[in-house]
Design a protein. Structure first.
Length: 181
C-alpha cells in the first residue's frame, strides 16, 4: 500500500514527520507531496525538509491513501485553497482512505466530505464542519474511509487508526507494541 502525505511550510513537525515514520515502520510506503513552489519546506518549528514530489509530478491514481497534517499553514491557506481540497475529494470519491489531523480536517470540512460524519480535530477547527458530529474528547475517529485526530498529542492513536484501516488490527497492535507505546 502506498500513500501521500501533504507537506507545507509551517506544517506541524510531529503530525507530519512522526506519522510518516510510524506508517513506514508499519510497512506502508509514504511519499511526501507539496503544493508549494519548491520541494524545500520549513516546518512550524524551523526544520528544513524536502518533499519527494511537487504536485505536478504525481498521479493520485498511484496511491491508496492521503494524509493531511495540521499546523499554522492551515489557517493561512484553507479559505482559498483548492489543491488540498481537490485531492481529498478525489481520494474520498475513489473510496480511498483520507486521514487528517489537528487543523487538517478543516480542508475535509470545507470540501464537504465530513458532512454527516463523526470526526475530531483541533479545538476551534470544527467551525468548518457544521453538518458533521464533532467528538472533541476523542483522540482519533474513524468513520468509513475518513480518519481524523485532535492534534500532535494524538499522533500515535491517529497512526494506529490508519494502520488498522489499511493493514488490520494485528499489524496496528504490533506497531504500538514495537514502539513501547
Amino acid at each position: 500500500m502506498k500513500g501521500l502525505l501533504i507537506v507545507s511550510h509551517d506544517m506541524e513537525d510531529g503530525e507530519a514527520l512522526t506519522t510518516r515514520a510510524l506508517l513506514r515502520r508499519a510497512g506502508l510506503e509514504v511519499d511526501t507531496l507539496t503544493f508549494q513552489d519548491s520541494k524545500q519546506i520549513i516546518t512550524a518549528f524551523g526544520l528544513k525538509v524536502e518533499a519527494d514530489y511537487l504536485y505536478q509530478e504525481v498521479s493520485y491514481d498511484s496511491y491508496d491513501f492521503i494524509v493531511i497534517p495540521g499546523g499554522k499553514y492551515v489557517a493561512k491557506i484553507v479559505n482559498h485553497d483548492h489543491h488540498i481540497k481537490d485531492a481529498v475529494k478525489y481520494f474520498y470519491d475513489q473510496k480511498k482512505l483520507v486521514a487528517a489531523i489537528c487543523a487538517g480536517p478543516r480542508f475535509l470540512g470545507q470540501a464537504g466530505i465530513l458532512d454527516h460524519k463523526k470526526f475530531t480535530c483541533f479545538t476551534g477547527s470544527e467551525i468548518d464542519m457544521p453538518k458533521g458530529t464533532y467528538l472533541p474528547h476523542k483522540k482519533a475517529v474513524c468513520d468509513e474511509n475518513i480518519i481524523t485526530a485532535r492534534g500532535a498529542g494524538a499522533v500515535y492513536e491517529f497512526t494506529y487508526e490508519i494502520v488498522n484501516y489499511l493493514l488490520g488490527e494485528e499489524k496496528a497492535e504490533s506497531l504500538l507494541k514495537n514502539i513501547l507505546y
